[in-house]
Design a protein around this ligand. Structure first.
Ligand SMILES: Cc1ncc(COP(=O)(O)O)c(C=O)c1O
Length: 415
C-alpha cells in the first residue's frame, strides 16, 4: 500500500461537503470539535435520507408493492456495505439496532444472561463508556457473576502485563472499547481476543470510537461481537450495528420481542426468525439504516486510511501546541498510542467555563465526564474538556482551538 501523506488529503474540500460546517456564525465558520459525541453529515447522506423519504418510503420486509421491495433492497445493500467495511463475510452478520448502547445491552443480556453463573467473571476496563459498563454491572448483579477490571498504566493504556492475571478460566466475557472516548487510547483488541479465546471466553468490542476513524477487520481481530453507532460515522442517529461471528450471532437470545423477529406465533408460544431478523423486533430505523450505507460509501470514497492519517496529524499538532499552554494537562497516552481525541484541563479553569469561553470563539468542544464517571474517578477529576477530530477538521481548527484557550486564560486573568 502506498504511504499516504497528510498533505495529500484535502480537508477543505472534505469540509465543503458538510453543509452545517459551511454556516457563517458571527465568530466565523464553526470549529466543530465534538465528533466523538456525534459527527456531522455530508450532503450525500442528507440527500439519501431525503431521497428515501421523497421517492419510495415504505415499511421494511412487509410490502409486496414496489416501494416496499425497493426499501428491502436498499436495506440489504446497506448491510452488505457495512459487512464489507468491517471485514465481515456476509450482510446477514449485521443486525441493525438503535445504536451502540442498545447493541451492547442486547449482547450482554441476550448472550450473557443464560450463560453466566456465580463464580464466572466478566472483564472490562476502567476506561469504558457507561454503555459498556452499566449493562455488565447489571448483568453480574443479576447472575451472581463478578465484574473485573483490566488495570491501566499511568498514561492511560491497558496494562498488558496484568492480562494473564485478570483473564482466567473463570472469565466468560471480555468487553472492551476499541478506542477510548476520553483518553483516545487504542486498545490491543486482537491480543485480547486471543487471550479471551484461550480461556474459553468471548470478546465483545465496543467499536463506537474506532470504526469511524481507522480500518476495522473483525476477522483478523477475531472478535465475537462488534457494536457501533451510525451517528459517529457521518451517518444518522437512531441506528447502529451489531456484528456477530456467524455462530455467535445465532447464540444471542432476543431481549426485545414483537413483530418481525418471529417465524411463528401461536396462542401459547412463539418461535424466532433467523438472525439478523430475530434481533430486530419492530419497525427498523429504515431511512437511517439505508443512509448509514451511504455514510459508509462516503468514508470509502474519501478513503479511511487517508482520513486516519489526516486525523493523526491533527492530533499530533494539537497535542504539541496545547502542551505549550501553561497549566495544561492532557489525559491519556502520547499520540502514537491513541486516536484523535484530546481530553484536557487547564489549571484554575473549570472545564464547563472553558467550554463556554471556547464557544464564544465559535469553537465547539464538550465538557463533563463524557459518560465515563469511573474513569474520571480514577483520574481524580470530575470533568474534563474534550476536543475530538474528524475528517473535516483542518489545521486552522487546531489553531483556533489554541487561540480560543489563550483567549479564555486572558479573560479569566490567568496570564
Ligand atoms: C466508546 C463509546 N461507546 C458507546 C457509546 C454510546 O453510543 P450511543 O450513544 O450511540 O449508543 C459511545 C458514545 O459516545 C462511545 O463513545
Amino acid at each position: 500500500m502506498s504511504r499516504i501523506t497528510p498533505s495529500s488529503f484535502d480537508a477543505e474540500s472534505v469540509r465543503s461537503q458538510f453543509p452545517v460546517l459551511n454556516r457563517e456564525l458571527k465568530q466565523g465558520r464553526p470549529v466543530f470539535l465534538d465528533s466523538a459525541a456525534s459527527a456531522q453529515k455530508p450532503s450525500a447522506v442528507i440527500a439519501k435520507e431525503r431521497e428515501v423519504e421523497e421517492q419510495y418510503f415504505a415499511n421494511a420486509y412487509r410490502g409486496r408493492y414496489s416501494f416496499g421491495a425497493r426499501i428491502d433492497e436498499e436495506l440489504e445493500a446497506s448491510r452488505k456495505k457495512i459487512a464489507s467495511f468491517i471485514g465481515a463475510a456476509s450482510g446477514s452478520q449485521i443486525a441493525f439496532t438503535a445504536g451502540t448502547t442498545l447493541g451492547l445491552n442486547q449482547v450482554a443480556f441476550g448472550w450473557g444472561r443464560s450463560r453466566l453463573q456465580p463464580g464466572d467473571e466478566v472483564v472490562i476496563t476502567p476506561m469504558e463508556h457507561h454503555a459498556n459498563f452499566v449493562p455488565w454491572q447489571q448483568l453480574v448483579r443479576e447472575t451472581g457473576a463478578t465484574l473485573k477490571m483490566l488495570p491501566l498504566t499511568a498514561d492511560g493504556r491497558l496494562d498488558v502485563t496484568a492480562f494473564d492475571d485478570v483473564i482466567t478460566r473463570r472469565t466468560k466475557i471480555v468487553a472492551v472499547c476499541t478506542m477510548s472516548n476520553v483518553l483516545g487510547t487504542v486498545n490491543p483488541v486482537s491480543d485480547l481476543a486471543r487471550r479471551a479465546h484461550h480461556v474459553g471466553a468471548i470478546l465483545v468490542a465496543d467499536g463506537a470510537q474506532s470504526v469511524p476513524h481507522s480500518p476495522t477487520d473483525v476477522l483478523s481481530d477475531d472478535v465475537d461481537f462488534l457494536v457501533f453507532s451510525g451517528h459517529k460515522i457521518y451517518g444518522p442517529t437512531g441506528v447502529g450495528v451489531i456484528y456477530g461471528r456467524a455462530d455467535r450471532l445465532e447464540e444471542i437470545e432476543p431481549i426485545v420481542f414483537g413483530g418481525h423477529m418471529i417465524s411463528r406465533v401461536t396462542m401459547d408460544d412463539s418461535e424466532w426468525a433467523d438472525t439478523p431478523a430475530r434481533l430486530e423486533a419492530g419497525t427498523l430505523p429504515i431511512v437511517q439504516a439505508i443512509a448509514l450505507g451511504t455514510a459508509i460509501d462516503w468514508v470509502n470514497q474519501t478513503g479511511l486510511e487517508s482520513i486516519h492519517a489526516h486525523e493523526q496529524s491533527l492530533l499530533a499538532e494539537a497535542t504539541r501546541r496545547l502542551m505549550e499552554i501553561p497549566g495544561m494537562r492532557i489525559y491519556g497516552p502520547s499520540p502514537q498510542y491513541k486516536g484523535a481525541i484530546i481530553a484536557f484541563r487547564v489549571e484554575n479553569l473549570h472545564p464547563e467555563d472553558l467550554a463556554a469561553m471556547l464557544d464564544r470563539r465559535g469553537v465547539f468542544t464538550r465538557h463533563g465526564h463524557h459518560c465515563t464517571m469511573p474513569l474520571h474517578e480514577l483520574l481524580g477529576v470530575t470533568a474534563t474538556t474534550r476536543a475530538s477530530f474528524a475528517a473535516y477538521n483542518t489545521m486552522e481548527d487546531v489553531d483556533k482551538l489554541v487561540h480560543a484557550i489563550q483567549f479564555a486564560r486572558e479573560k479569566l486573568r490567568l496570564v
